[in-house]
Design a protein around this ligand. Sequence first.
Ligand code: GRF
Length: 196
Amino acid sequence: MKNIVILISGGGSNMAAIVRTAQAQDWAKHLGAQISAVISNKADAQGLVFAKAHGMATAVVDHKAFAKQPNPREAFDAALMAEIDTHQPDLVVLAGFMRILTPGFVAHYAGRLINIHPSLLPAFPGLNTHARALEMGCKFAGATVHRVTAELDHGDILAQAVVPVLSDDTADTLAARVLTQEHLIYPKAVAALLAD
Ligand code: GRF
C-alpha cells in the first residue's frame, strides 16, 4: 500500500477534497494507496477537526515549540520529518502548509513532495497572490500543483486550472473562485501520481 501524508496549517479545504476523493473513489482498492496521516504545524488548525471526523490519523508538530533552539527552522523540520517518516510516505502533500521548508527537508523528500499554490506559476510565487493579480490587471488567474524544490513555489508543474478575473473581483472573491478549482485539480494530480 502506498502511503500519503498531508501537511496543513489551517482550514485544510484542499486536504478535505483529497480525503473525500480518496474515499469516494476508493483509492485503497483502485490505486493501492491510503492517506496515512494529516499533520499540522498548528494545534488549532480547523482542518484537523475534519480529518479526525473522517477517520484520519492526525498529529501536530508545533513550530513554535522550536523557537528557542539555536536553529529553529532546522529543528522544526527535523521533528516534522521524524513524524512524517513514521508513516513511510510515498507522497507528501502540502495543502495550505504555511511554512518555508529547509533545503534538507526538500532533499529528503525529493520526488515525493508536492504543493498547491494559488496562482498560475511561474507568475506570483509567494503570498497575497490574488491581490497581486488584481493589482496587475490580470484577466485570468488560477492555481498550480507543482513539485517542491528548494526554491519557493518553483518546481515542475503537474497541473493547473485557470479562472477568469471579473471586473468587480476582490482578492476574496477571486480566492474563492480559484479555491473551487484547487479542490478539483489537487485530488486529480495526487491520483495521477499514485497511478504512475
Ligand atoms: C489555498 O489557496 C492554498 O492553495 C494555499 O492556501 C489556501 C488555503 O488552503 N496555499 P486550504 O483551505 O487550507 O487547503
